[in-house]
Design a protein around this ligand. Structure first.
Ligand code: ADP
Ligand code: MG
Length: 914
């Protein structure tokens, strides 16, 4: 706090009064010490006390247990008295009477006349005569308070006095008619606005009226019951419900006061009262930022250390100026004439009498101050006995008729002068703005740090690349220099060699020449020669050393190459071994497969043998290919046969069809034979046929027919094909793969009747397929069949007959469906002769097939002529009479009967056939 501040505060209370200049505006420096009565008769009644004990002061001024009481300064409530000039009425009514008040401003004394000869004298802090200007009143009463408030203290100034004595004139006059008359509110705001900085400081006001213990908002009449809130910690009172208006210029403040007055007038009309009955309260809140160093707090805990620097927390000072135009102090309870009941009157004056009681208690250092008795005393808690700088102006009128009221006003003022406050600046650190500021600082530092780091890194990169460049350059320079040096030496060397050779040549020449003349030049040249020789030797030695080195290296190279070759050889050997192993393995696997297929075959044969034994009487030669002929194929297996079959199937599964088929192409003939046998046996089973064909078995079998010269293989393969040929789909496949020509070829080359039987069986099966007839015949199928007649074996002939019968049957079916016209292809190919010859063959299978075939041929009229000429008619007649099979016999008979050609021939021969 500046010395100027302390100069103005109550710390100088002990200064003698006489040092004060009357005109000095430093009103607070004045002492309120008693003065002696000027009149011997008058009793001196100054009530102000010379000093106040420090302890009591501290007690009274303690606020919220602040630890900073040592910075508080004692400040007594200052009281000035102002005398209103006589008004017109008084001038008339009191014309004959002297004023009851006499002022001695130079002595700061007021004399209250009791009567013409007796008066009481009172001393005040300031005595303002009826001539005192508003400006002067402001300067001595209010200005010091305003200055304190701007310094951060709370402040109060207020007017107390009887109605009509000039309280409002002093405090609230707007001076619209004459600006010199404007009151203290306006002047205070002028000073405040002149002092504060619009950027950093904040001035705001609330304007209120207190009437019958109700606080009304004069800036917003709707707020008519505002409550007082007390901070439990600091004890500070506030009115959160009141309108707060920020003031930026004087004009807006004047408008605000005018608005407040208008509202006050309206409110009082509504309440049927006068403004003299209510207290008008203007609250001005000022928030100021303190520039570094000047604060009371800054020396203590306002310093915050960050990165070694000291950063000052910004400090804000919050102060409050309370300006009160109190209600009239006259006792209204004595008259009911103003339309109030006694209770109302009591309530109207409650706040004012409570204020009086508090001031009394404070003046008397009483332990209890009834602050909480009224709203006014609660609002003025800080103004009396608190931390605020407080000035009170008491207004009095001159009229002796109001002597009593004037006296009580004076007594109030006298008591108030005894109230001691402890002035204290309310300031706090603005941590929010400090934090904001530090954040900004931190951000800046971080950015700077990052920037520097980047610069540093860039620098490192630059230095590194420069260094690398330099190294490269030096290396290059060095290499260049080395190269140059080398070239130079080489050149020198060549030149010196050349020179030496030239010298030698000249010397030899000379030598030869001089030999004839003199010996001496030789002696002189011999030195050079010796040196040359020495150099030559040297060079030779060096070259030898180099050659030795080269040899050495070559040796090493050879050595390494040898080692490598050895390694490679080893590798090759191992690879070969591995290949051998693989081959061995494949061979073994093949052998295993062969053994397994042999086992399969043996099992098969065993099964057959058992079956044949079971057949007993049949007495037929056991043949593994019995299954070929459908009629005798597979008798019902016995139970044991089932078991055998199951084990075979298992074996077959184990070995795998592909494996078996692959063995068809095995190099070993035995293996091939076994494999063909296995396939043939498998093909006898309808179940396996499809699988075999799918796996390419048919193709393999046909290939065997073509490629193999082995009769056995031919026989077995043809048997297998015959078995597969039982199925219609396979028949087409056989045909499409050139099966007929292969089978024909096989038949032509075969000796063994069993081979022929198999081939004939296969073709016979194919003959049963209507769709393939033309193709079969075109590929020589029928010719092949008839070709096999050369073998007289009845089994072969039976298959040939079956084939013919099958073919004839298909032809007859086609002719009845009208899809075939013309003569039978069988007849075309010359089958008829053999058929007629063997129609009555002793072997029943042959006979029956031919009989059937003849019947089929006879169905078609186109064949009739040939059949008649070929002798088939007689056979048909015989069949129709003698055939042991009923169905064939009936067929022959019906055929003869319904064929016009046969009937005509029979008629011609006069054979009666009916
Ligand atoms: P209060 O507010 O105390 O009831 P006012 O301020 O209304 O008294 O004053 C009553 C009358 O006296 C008003 O007409 C006012 O102009 C006049 N008056 C008061 N004080 C003075 C003064 N010092 N000089 C001239 N006129 C005054
Ligand atoms: Mg008034």
């Amino acid at each position: 706090m500046s010395s100027n501040n302390s100069h103005r505060n109550g710390g100088s209370i002990s200064r003698p009064m006489k040092n004060d200049n009357n005109n000095n505006t430093n009103y607070y420096n004045s002492n309120n010490s008693k003065s002696s009565s000027s009149s011997s008769a008058s009793s001196f009644k100054s009530k102000a006390q010379q000093s106040t004990s420090v302890t009591s002061t501290l007690r009274r001024s303690s606020t919220g247990g602040s630890s900073r009481d040592n910075s508080a300064v004692s400040g007594r409530v200052r009281v000035a008295v102002r005398l209103r000039p006589r008004n017109e009425e008084e001038m008339l009514a009191d014309a004959d009477f002297a004023d009851c008040v006499e002022l001695q401003p130079e002595l700061k004394r007021l004399k209250l006349r009791k009567n013409n000869w007796d008066s009481d004298t009172y001393e005040f802090d300031e005595v303002l005569t009826e001539f005192a200007s508003q400006k002067r009143v402001y300067e001595v009463v209010a200005k010091p308070v305003v200055e304190s408030v701007l310094d951060g203290y709370n402040g109060t100034f207020m007017a107390y006095g009887q109605t009509g004595t000039g309280k409002t004139y002093t405090i609230g006059r707007l001076g619209e008619e004459d600006t010199a008359n404007r009151g203290m509110m306006l002047r205070a705001m002028e000073d405040i606005l002149a002092e504060v900085s619009p950027e950093n400081d904040l001035v705001s006001v609330s304007y209120l009226q207190l009437y019958m213990e109700t606080i009304q908002d004069l800036l917003n009449p709707a707020n008519d019951n505002i409550s007082i809130v007390e901070d439990p910690k600091t004890g500070d009172v506030s009115l959160p419900g009141a309108t707060v208006v920020e003031i930026r210029d004087h004009k807006s403040f004047v408008e605000l006061l005018q608005l407040g007055e208008a509202h006050r007038f309206a409110a009082n009309t509504k309440l049927n009262t006068e403004s003299s009955r209510s207290h008008a309260i203007l609250m001005v809140n000022i928030k100021r930022s303190v520039k570094g160093g000047s604060s009371a707090l800054s020396s203590e805990n306002g310093n915050i250390t960050l990165t070694g620097k000291t950063s000052k927390a910004p400090i804000v000072r919050k102060s409050k100026l309370v300006i009160v135009d109190l209600a009239g102090s006259e006792r209204i309870d004595k008259s009911g004439s103003e339309g109030h009941t006694l209770e109302e009157a009591k309530s109207i004056n409650l706040s004012l009498s409570a204020l009086g009681k508090c001031i009394n208690a404070l003046a008397e250092n009483s332990s209890h101050v009834p602050v909480r008795d009224s709203k006014l005393t609660r609002l003025l808690k800080d103004s009396f006995g608190g931390t605020a700088r407080t000035s009170l102006i008491i207004t009095v009128g001159p009229s002796p008729r109001h002597r009593g009221e004037t006296s009580s006003t004076i007594m109030f003022g006298q008591r108030a002068m005894k109230v001691e406050n402890m002035l204290k600046i309310k300031e706090e650190f603005d941590y929010k703005s400090l934090s904001r500021r530090l954040d900004i600082q931190l951000d800046k530092l971080m950015a700077e740090h990052e920037r520097q780091q980047k610069v540093f890194q860039d620098e490192i990169e630059r230095v590194t690349s420069e260094a690398q460049k330099r190294v490269v350059e030096v290396q290059r320079n060095y290499a260049d220099a080395l190269e140059k040096e080398k070239l130079k030496y080489e050149k020198d060397y060549m030149e010196s060699v050349k020179k030496l050779e030239e010298q030698r040549a000249t010397k030899q020449e000379k030598h030869g020449h001089q030999k004839l003349n003199s010996e001496s030049p030789i002696v002189s040249a011999s030195g050079d020669v010796a040196e040359m020789r020495k150099r030559l030797q040297n060079e030779t030695l060096l070259r030898k050393a180099a050659e030795v080195e080269i040899d050495n290296l070559n040796n090493q190279l050879i050595h390494q190459k040898n080692a490598e070759d050895a390694g490679n050889a080893e590798l090759l050997k191992l690879r070969k071994m591995l290949e051998d192993e693989i081959r061995q393995k494949a061979k073994l696997e093949e052998e295993i497969a062969v053994l397994q297929s042999q086992l399969l075959q043996i099992s098969f044969e065993a099964d057959e043998t058992r079956r044949n034994l079971d057949r007993g009487l049949n007495g037929k030669v056991p043949s593994s290919l019995d299954s070929l002929i459908p009629q005798v194929k597979h008798q019902q297996c016995t139970d044991s046969g089932d078991g055998e079959k199951a084990s075979m199937a298992k074996l077959f599964e184990q070995v795998g069809l592909h494996r078996i088929l692959s063995l068809l192409e095995a190099e070993d003939a035995d293996v091939r034979i076994h494999a063909v046998k296995v396939v043939a046996n498998l093909a006898a089973e309808e179940l396996n046929q499809e699988k075999i064909v799918e796996a390419g078995g048919l193709t393999s079998l046909l290939t065997l027919l073509r490629s193999s010269n082995d009769e056995t293989i031919h026989r077995v393969a043809a048997g297998a094909i015959a078995n597969l040929a039982m199925n219609e789909t396979n028949q087409e496949l056989i045909m499409s793969q050139g099966g007929i020509s292969l089978l024909s070829l096989t038949a032509a080359n075969a000796e063994d009747p069993q081979t022929l039987r198999m081939v004939a069986g296969a073709i016979a099966n194919l003959c049963g397929n209507e769709k393939l007839q033309t193709k079969l015949r075109a590929q020589g199928g029928i010719k092949a069949l008839l070709g096999m007649i050369r073998c007289r074996h009845p089994d072969v002939l039976a298959q040939v007959a079956r084939g013919i019968a099958n073919f004839a049957k298909c032809e007859s079916r086609a002719s009845t469906q009208g899809t075939k016209g013309g003569r039978s292809l069988l007849i075309e190919d010359g089958a008829l002769t053999w058929m007629v010859q063997n129609a009555n063959n002793e072997a029943s299978p042959i006979r029956r097939h031919i009989e059937l075939a003849l019947c089929h041929l006879a169905q078609h009229e186109a064949n009739a002529k040939e059949m008649i000429s070929g002798g088939a008619l007689w056979e048909l007649v015989r069949i129709s009479r003698d055939c042991s099979r009923d169905d064939i016999r009936t067929l022959a008979h019906r055929t003869l009967k319904f064929s016009p050609s046969f009937q005509a021939e029979l008629k011609r021969l006069r054979i009666d056939y009916g």
